[in-house]
Every structure is written in C-alpha cells, then in structure tokens.
Design a protein around this ligand. Structure first.
Ligand SMILES: [Zn+2]
Length: 178
C-alpha cells in the first residue's frame, strides 16, 4: 500500500493509519511512491484512452471508480500556445485528476466518511468520485459559494456545510470535522 510522506520534515505513515496530516508539523501529506518503469511512449499507444493510460507514473495503478477522466483534447491556438480542454472532464474541471486518486485510496481504506473543503470545483469533484466509490462525503464551502457549485456538490449526494467567513475559516471547520 502507498505510504504517506511529509515533504517538510520527512515523517512517514502508513495510509491505513488514517492520519489526515503530518503529526509533527500538521502539514498535508504527499504520497510517497516511486513510479514504475514503463515501456516508454510506445507502450502507451494500445492502452485505455484516459488518465489510467499513465498508470506507471501514478501513485495508484488502477481504479474501479474511474469516470473516464483525463486525455482531454489539446488544441493548438498559436505556434507556442495550446489549450487543454479540461472542461470536458467528468465534473467539468481538472480537479477530477486528483479526486479519482483521493476517492480510490479512500475506497481502499474504508473510512466512515470523506471530508473535504473547497470553494467549488474540488468539492464537486470529490463529491462525484465519492458517490462513485459509495463513500459518504461532506464538503465544507465558504458561505457565498456560487449556487451552481453548491447544487453540483449536492447533486452528487454529498452533505454540504456552508461556513461563515472565507476560505481559511472553511479549512479550519473541515479540519475540526476530520
Ligand atoms: Zn511534517
């Protein structure tokens, strides 16, 4: 199983310990993993046309909860600028790339509930993937978050908590809940 790693002080923890942050500095975990050596770009061609074609380079190498995220079109606009059309992701944002990893790891760990804080897009994405994984989810958002975002989060079955104040107050409320 993947190991949590603190990029600040090097603390490590098994993901099964369900520690949500580093106990030394209280900072967020990274996942410690060494990418598998793939067969180069040629090995990618026959693979599935989604994020999971890059499984050799991801912290988790498979997911049963994919919604087809990744591999959005890259459209050249000028000789030096291209547009990556991530609005074609399952929940309309690039946040799905991280949310599928988060929800897949959570599915494997089996927590009572997933708690997230967000100003909109990340909360929508986490709510969608937790629904896909069958995990109860609560998303904390700042009061005044766009109704379009809060409706999206709730449409995915997540419990929504609107927190008075700004982003920091929302993060603190989510941490307290965790
Ligand atoms: Zn730390």
């Amino acid at each position: 199983m993947t190991i949590y790693y603190c990029p600040v002080d090097g603390t490590r923890s098994a993901t099964t310990a369900l520690t949500w942050c580093c106990p030394v500095c209280r900072g967020p975990w990274d996942l410690d993993f060494t990418p598998a050596r793939g067969g180069g770009m040629n090995a990618l061609s026959p693979r599935i046309d989604s994020l999971w074609r890059y499984k050799d380079f991801l912290p988790l190498d498979s997911s049963t909860i994919s919604l087809g995220e990744g591999r959005t079109p890259l459209v050249p606009l000028t000789d030096t600028v291209s547009a990556k059309l991530d609005y074609l992701m399952p929940t309309l944002s690039f946040k799905d790339r991280g949310a599928v990893m988060l929800a897949e790891l959570a599915r494997r760990l089996g927590p009572d509930r997933v708690v997230a804080d967000s100003t909109g897009n990340a909360g929508t994405s986490v709510a969608a993937y937790c629904a896909r994984a069958g995990l109860p989810c609560t998303v904390y958002v700042p009061e005044g978050t766009s109704p379009k975002k809060t409706e999206q989060i709730q449409a995915h079955g997540a419990r929504l908590v609107a927190v008075p104040g700004g982003r920091e107050a929302t993060a603190l409320a989510a941490r307290a809940a965790a």
